[in-house]
Design a protein around this ligand. Structure first.
Ligand SMILES: *Cc1c(COP(=O)(O)O)cnc(C)c1O
Length: 367
């Protein structure tokens, strides 16, 4: 059996006719940027996330960056985040003029450890970006409380957590704003690049809307310099086709996760993902920990099973951040999990037989 780490073809086979119908209309009308699909998608996504405003942008990275610029982040101001995330989180901070400051994670959920935040707050700290990694929201109550106490904002990196929940609140609705990615492999993915900002703050939404479109409030009137970071009509139409299925897809992901866990829970030498209390996990990724990770991955590949690594090198140990002078040992929990983690195949269309095959493979490799 061959089981790719991610199979995007099955999903698009099923949606092909529906998407092509909308794309044909766009092609005939030649209305490629903006238009009814973009505004309709923004309304639909805002409603699903339980926020007043959604502003679509060019990517999740741009979403984060435009939020930070809209919040008025100034040169050298510090933003607290985690080292075990995709580099987009810290690129957004640096490119908005700020400085990323890392805090270590909870070793069971891989999410920001709220107990680590306060010792990293300095007079230059402006905000916190928790990352809802793998599809599970960070521990927002203590994070929001610490932020309130120190006058900081909280921006959610929700790029892996479409419709995840924390105590009944949806990702992107708890902090001042949230950034989402619609990169093809995300729980909600376009047929290309796209992203969105969610917020219930009207002023912030208006500033992001201006920044994504050259700082224009209306045509020919540039309030400030901005960027070209709009979501195009083809992406918005594809996303509208898919957004209807998102709740059902997330349910399928949770079911698949449950099947993995049931099949692997008595296996020794493996740490399974943990859902913390009060969370609705949407399993963007299913990440286990094993000793000898590279060998296990190699043997799974021999059996035709694809795997991923999210992420094998924490950001503070990347060359891009060598000027921070943070050595190995700076964030022991993030570093230890980076060496041991392994992402198993996870998508809504995985079949029970495929999951069984992966689990049998793991069982024979580990015993
Ligand atoms: C995917 C991702 C991003 C960036 O999104 P793009 O749309 O690829 O720019 C940011 N943060 C995290 C945690 C992500 O997984």
């Amino acid at each position: 059996m061959k089981i790719p780490f991610l199979d995007l073809k099955v999903q698009h086979q099923a949606l092909k006719d529906e998407i092509l119908l909308l794309w044909e209309e766009i092609l005939v009308n030649a209305s490629f940027v903006g238009g009814r699909h973009v505004s309709a998608f923004e309304e639909e996504f805002a409603e699903l996330c339980n926020v007043r405003h959604c502003v679509s942008v060019g990517s999740g990275t741009d979403g984060l960056r435009l939020i930070l610029l809209s919040l008025g982040l100034r040169h050298e101001e510090e933003v607290i985040t985690v080292p075990n995330t995709f580099i987009a989180t810290t690129e957004a901070i640096s490119q908005a003029g700020g400085r990323p400051v890392f805090v270590d994670i909870d070793p069971d959920t891989y999410l920001m450890d709220p107990g680590e935040i306060e010792r990293s707050v300095t007079p230059r700290t402006r905000g916190i970006i928790p990352v809802h990694l793998y599809g599970q929201m960070a521990d927002m109550d203590p994070i929001m409380e610490i932020a309130g106490k120190h006058g900081l904002w909280v921006v959610e990196d929700a790029c892996q957590a479409h419709l995840a929940e924390y105590k009944g609140c949806r990702a992107g609705s708890v902090g001042i704003a949230g950034a989402f990615s619609f990169y093809p492999g995300k729980n909600l993915g376009g047929c290309g690049e796209a992203g969105a900002v969610t917020t219930s703050d009207l002023g912030l939404a208006a500033r992001v809307r201006m920044l994504r479109d050259h700082g224009q409030e209306k045509k020919y009137s540039h309030t400030m310099e901005g960027f070209n970071s709009r979501c195009d009509a083809l992406q918005a139409a594809a996303l509208r086709t898919k957004i209807k299925r998102l709740p059902e897809w997330n349910r399928a992901r949770r079911k698949n996760a449950h099947r993995y866990i049931e099949a692997l829970k008595d296996l020794e030498g493996i740490k399974l993902p943990k859902t913390a209390e009060g969370r609705l996990h949407v399993f963007h990724l299913f990440v286990i920990e094993v000793d000898d990770r590279d060998e296990v991955a190699r043997e799974l590949h021999e059996r035709g099973i694809g795997t991923g690594l999210h992420y094998p090198v924490p950001l503070h140990l990347q060359q891009a951040y060598s000027d921070m002078g943070l050595e190995a040992g700076s964030y022991p929990r993030a570093e230890s999990s980076a060496k041991r983690l392994l992402s198993l195949p996870m998508y809504p269309e995985l079949t029970e037989a495929q999951i069984q095959y992966v689990c049998e493979g793991l069982r024979s490799i580990l015993s």
